[in-house]
Design a protein around this ligand. Structure first.
Ligand SMILES: NC(=O)c1ccc[n+]([C@@H]2O[C@H](COP(=O)([O-])OP(=O)(O)OC[C@H]3O[C@@H](n4cnc5c(N)ncnc54)[C@H](OP(=O)(O)O)[C@@H]3O)[C@@H](O)[C@H]2O)c1
Length: 334
């Protein structure tokens, strides 16, 4: 007998929506059932591309479909709160693209609603579920490099989106911290927990958002995490973790599927390679669907509290750099 699969509805038909639709083909517990767009033509075209049974010309119609189990929110940052609440209010489970909300207040609001409605909610931090990141966490926990003393993580590339585009547009809550810096911060949080202090500095655009930002976290016992993100320059997107007995190196585009190198202080080296399956986004979809099928309201691998801690750190960085999103940031500016 075929086991139950989660019927997904994709909300928004942009770049990441295509990636997720492709990824669902590589899952065992999910099917792509519906798509919703602000434009009925775009919804139909997207549905044709992926063989999706239902397409809707509004997000409201999508979440109204009783057959849809879970919604994948694939809109720009400034809409995550509104779109996630829309889905939760229609009793749909939600996997929302990162960040789960623009600030702590927004993340708390969606968590409260999901909890009140007993629905599953997760931030789509796909890297958390990738084999290279899982292996890195496992190596740290097994003390393969002793005590961590320094983490460096960089995520910078020259964005070709114009001032109206998602990366640079303040109205859409653009800026590097929420968009790509979030991966650096996530890695430090996953491996090192909560810092005791944070310093940050940003280069701000005319619109007042960070086009380059650096942030350093301090922990007890002289340990630091040093990170930056930028939309202005191409730089190696690498992450390295240095411990008392060795180091772990994550290769270029470390947040995506890739190799992990473990180098012991004595010089011995182990390279971990992983079978390349799909585009890498299937792991987060599998995890969300597994949790929903098991009646869970959050994932233990990337919990709602993890998302809350992550956004609190990003709020601190933005406050330090003076990055304010009008209409969203009452909690940051107060
Ligand atoms: N996990 C990852 O690796 C990854 C990678 C890229 C992006 N993301 C995240 O995914 C989200 C979307 O990014 P994206 O690159 O897919 O963006 P995008 O290509 O601009 O697509 C966003 C979609 O949202 C919908 N939308 C609704 N209101 C909009 C508005 N006012 N302006 C623009 N679009 C609007 C549109 O779909 P309709 O017209 O069909 O309604 C649009 O196609 C972001 O939050 C980002 O952080 C994640």
């Amino acid at each position: 007998m075929e086991s139950k699969k989660i019927k997904w509805g994709i909300l928004g038909t942009g770049r990441i929506a295509h990636v997720f639709a492709t990824a669902l083909r590589d899952t065992t517990n999910s099917e792509l059932y519906a798509v919703g767009s602000r434009s009925v033509e775009k919804a139909k075209e997207f549905a044709m591309d992926y063989g999706i049974p239902k397409s809707y010309g509004s997000y409201e119609e999508l979440v109204d479909d009783p057959q849809v189990d879970a919604i994948y929110v694939a809109t720009p940052h400034h809409l995550h709160l509104e779109n996630t609440l829309l889905a939760l209010n229609h009793q749909k489970h939600v996997l929302c693209e990162k960040p789960l909300g623009v600030n702590e207040r927004e993340v708390r609001l969606v968590i409260e609603k999901a909890t009140a409605n007993k629905l599953f909610l997760m931030e789509a931090l796909w890297s958390r579920f990738l084999p290279n990141i899982m292996k890195t966490k496992e190596l740290i926990e097994s003390r393969a490099i002793g005590d961590i003393k320094l983490l460096t993580a960089y995520f910078a590339f020259k964005s070709n989106l114009g001032p109206a585009g998602r990366h640079f547009n303040k109205e859409l809550c653009g800026g590097t911290v929420l968009d790509i810096g979030i991966y650096n911060i996530f890695l430090s949080q996953l491996l090192m927990g909560k810092p005791t202090s944070i310093t940050a500095m940003a280069g701000l655009s005319d619109q007042g958002i960070d086009t380059t930002c650096s942030y350093t976290f301090k922990y007890d016992d002289e340990t630091l995490a040093v990170m930056y993100s930028s939309f202005l320059v191409d730089s190696p997107i690498v992450a390295e973790i240095y411990g008392t007995t060795g180091k772990i190196m994550l290769e270029h585009r470390w947040f995506a599927p890739g190799k992990v190198k473990l180098i012991h202080t004595g010089g011995s080296e182990v390279i971990f390679e992983f079978e390349e399956k799909g585009n890498g986004y299937q792991y987060e979809a599998e995890e969300a669907a597994r949790c929903i099928l098991e009646g869970k309201t959050q994932s233990e691998m990337w919990s709602l509290n993890d998302s809350l801690e992550l956004v609190k750190t990003m709020d601190t960085i933005r406050k330090e750099c003076g990055i304010i999103y009008q209409g969203h940031d009452t909690s940051v500016t107060q």
